[in-house]
Design a protein around this ligand. Structure first.
Ligand SMILES: Nc1ncnc2c1ncn2[C@@H]1O[C@H](COP(=O)(O)OP(=O)(O)OP(=O)(O)O)[C@@H](O)[C@H]1O
Ligand SMILES: [Mg+2]
Length: 321
């Protein structure tokens, strides 16, 4: 990985929301990682742990409170107008809920052609029409769908339209924020397979967010685990599943259902008890301490930093000092 080009470099990124005059909600609190060219980086964690905020702050869609985000060496949060315009072409997003992110009264054609027009990608009307047709076919719809309104389509089809819209400007990077969690289980795999196919064909770099470790395992090269605004573990996807280091990752993995009954018997389920602290009133020390079965004295007073415990395997836990 290390010799690969870095598309994003995220350093000590923070996003705090003000909730009262004196109180801050630390949605993202000192998170650092890189995203390498051509990889899919998955991020998992429970609801509210800061995944969306982290992704959107990386894309400059949300102001940061501290730290730095570099896109190919350029500071995302201080781009000039022209640079930002170029950035919005190179970096695209697929949203969680295609019912909310696509205007139901719009024609599919206009939704997909909008980016093509803004970025002057087509030489004329004919070429624009050809591009829209090709994009629709690429995502498993067909050219005739262009003349219909969004509300005529199912959730899975709408997400395909969302993908065609994102790819219409030929981006290099795709941020997928739980792109299947609003869809029927029966069509989730189709959308995942489509994204994987497109990623390969178009050599895209992806940031893929999910609740569920079994979804990211399938699609990611590396996986980061977030807990209450922090990244607690980051490594190659296979390593994370074979050799999870952080007690939180271990607990998350133990909760994945296993189809094989023999393996299921061997696997011990780690229950997470204790309360999740509020992101407004964070405890001293490790944020996971109150739920951790391996909590030590030091964990209650000193917050662990991310360290590289094996090559490319990062973990923030006092067990590994
Ligand atoms: N605009 C906002 N103002 C105040 N607090 C916010 C705002 N947006 C998010 N938060 C809070 O920041 C924290 C992180 O939210 P975020 O949406 O990033 O989590 P998430 O991991 O994406 O959750 P989910 O899995 O439910 O999508 C949560 O505590 C949330 O309530
Ligand atoms: Mg989210």
């Amino acid at each position: 990985m290390k010799d690969r080009k870095k598309i994003f470099e995220i350093r000590h990124l923070k996003k705090y929301y003000s909730v009262s005059q004196k109180q801050w909600l630390k949605a993202v609190d000192d998170v650092s990682f890189d995203i390498y060219e051509g990889e899919t980086l998955g991020i998992v964690g429970e609801s509210g742990c800061g995944k969306t905020t982290c992704g959107k702050t990386c894309l400059g869609m949300i102001e940061k409170s501290g730290g730095e985000v570099l896109f190919m060496g350029q500071d995302v949060h201080s781009m000039k107008r022209r640079e930002h315009f170029e950035f919005t072409k190179k970096v695209q997003m697929i949203f969680q809920d295609p019912y909310a992110s696509l205007d139901p009264h719009q024609k599919v054609y206009n939704i997909i052609a909008e980016g093509i027009r803004i970025h002057k990608m087509a030489k004329g009307k004919k070429e624009e029409e050809k591009m829209v047709s090709e994009l629709l076919e690429m995502v498993g719809l067909n050219a005739e769908h262009a003349s219909r309104n969004v509300h005529e389509f199912s959730g899975g089809q709408r997400q395909r339209i969302g993908i065609a819209r994102a790819l219409s400007v030929n981006p290099e990077f795709l941020f997928c924020d739980e792109p299947i969690s609003a869809l029927d289980v029966s069509i989730q795999a189709q959308i995942i397979n489509l994204l994987m196919k497109l990623q390969k064909e178009r050599k895209l770099t992806m940031l893929f967010i999910a609740h569920d470790l079994s979804v990211v395992k399938h699609i990611s090269d590396r996986v980061g685990v977030m807990y209450l605004g922090r990244m607690v573990e980051l490594t190659m996807a296979d390593q994370l599943y074979i050799n999870p280091k952080h007690p939180y990752t271990q607990a998350l993995l133990s909760a994945i259902p296993i189809a094989d009954p023999d393996e299921c018997k061997r696997k011990e389920r780690i229950m997470l008890d204790g309360d999740v602290p509020s992101p407004i009133n964070l405890p001293l020390g490790c944020r996971f301490a109150s739920r951790c079965s391996k909590c030590m004295e030091i964990c209650k007073s000193i917050e662990p930093n991310m360290i590289e415990v094996e090559q490319g395997h990062f973990v923030a836990c006092h067990l590994y000092k």
